[in-house]
Design a protein around this ligand. Structure first.
Ligand code: NAD
Ligand code: LMR
Length: 329
């Protein structure tokens, strides 16, 4: 049976994440090894030539699943019929900045793109915002798209989730594949809370296996939360291949589901669960099935976790108020 290609729009296609992302989408890692894709690349006028160069390279790979590439600087064209939209195009922070410092520079990008998604995308559109500050940019795009179900707008915390698994594996000597049910709560920022109290390592409770609250508070959490800054310090540029990998993971899991007994972390509009005010785009533990996600309910939140979740959610509320003040939502 010949499947209809899925339209995947990538913004910021000529940037460093775009370069690490597009080849993996075209080779089937985003949606599945049997799902053909059409790529729509959105860039600003100055980025079009470089995007054309990347498209030439994509052609030269002769990917069997790649059924076409369109390049444009018009959001209405880029999102026309889009089934999946990866909103990457935005300025990255540089040394010494927090991601929230980008709100003014980047926030303005996401309102017109949200409107273009509203007016042009396919009915089943799924949106992942990668451009920072990702959670609040997702809120801006969502607010500009009143006809699209709010839950289709998500923000990327999968990179933090993967970082946390990797750090926990290194600490305990476990294989990454033995670690399940890790959670990132809150904002993709230095206030995020990577929670191991419900995680398991080879079926045992991760916090009990670690049994070292000082490591948790003074090493694990800050290492994960400040990893983006550490990469900028070391590379002189913000993470790119690992960010692209996390974007692939996020959409692949959303579309194809979480494994039985496991969950993942996604920035999604809160329904009020776990005391996170409704509407804020916050990271939660979620399971995915049949292209939909659900917040994992009923987890016991201890005092250690509560204080950290609340601090990150407070920051999200402040970012929301700031973009309200800028007229972006
Ligand atoms: P980059 O500067 O290499 O590329 C950004 C690209 O976006 C450029 O080609 C630029 O021309 C394009 N662009 C700018 N405005 C645009 C617009 N309105 N429409 C379309 N394209 C536009 O940056 P990068 O390293 O690829 O990072 C992109 C964003 O992703 C940054 O904001 C960065 O902070 C963020 N990021 C997020 C995560 C995460 O975990 N959520 C991880 C890494 C990076
Ligand atoms: C990251 O987490 O690596 C990205 O959000 C880039 C950054 O600014 O830290």
């Amino acid at each position: 049976m010949t499947r209809t290609p899925v339209n995947v729009t990538v913004t910021g296609a000529a940037g460093q994440i775009g370069y690490a992302l597009l080849f993996r989408i075209a080779s089937g890692h985003l949606l599945g090894a049997d799902v053909p894709v059409k790529l729509r690349l959105l860039e600003i006028p100055q980025g079009l030539k470089a995007a054309e160069g990347t498209a030439m390279e994509l052609d030269d790979c002769a990917f069997p699943l790649l059924r076409g590439i369109d390049i444009t600087d018009d959001p209405n064209v880029a999102f026309d019929g889009a089934n999946v939209a990866l909103l990457v195009g935005a300025r990255p922070r540089t040394k010494g900045m927090e991601r929230g410092d980008l709100l003014e520079a980047n926030g303005g990008i996401f309102k017109p793109q949200g409107k273009a998604i509203n007016d042009n995308a396919a009915d089943d559109i799924k949106v992942l915002v990668v451009g920072n500050p990702a959670n609040t940019n997702a809120l801006i795009a969502q607010a500009a798209a009143p006809d699209v179900p709010a839950e289709r707008f998500t923000a990327m915390t999968r990179l933090d989730h993967n970082r946390a698994i990797s750090q926990l594996a290194a600490k305990t000597g476990a294989a990454v594949s033995d670690i399940k049910r890790l959670t990132i709560w809150g904002n993709h920022s230095a206030t995020q809370y990577p929670d191991i109290f419900h995680a398991t390592i080879g079926g045992k409770n991760a916090a009990e296996v670690v049994n070292d609250e000082q490591w948790l508070a003074d090493e694990f959490i800050p290492t994960v939360a400040k990893r983006g800054a550490a990469i900028i310090e070391a590379r002189g540029a913000s993470s790119a291949a690992s960010a692209a990998n996390a974007a692939i993971d996020h959409v692949h899991t959303w579309v194809n589901g979480t494994a039985e007994g496991d969950w993942t972390s996604m920035g999604i509009p809160s329904d009020g669960s776990y005391g996170v005010p409704e509407g804020l785009i916050s990271s939660f533990p979620v399971t995915c099935k049949d292209g939909k996600y659900e917040i994992v309910q009923g987890l016991d939140i201890n005092e250690f976790s509560r204080a950290r979740i609340d601090a990150s959610v407070q920051e999200l509320a402040e970012e929301r108020d700031a973009v309200r003040g800028l007229g972006l939502i």
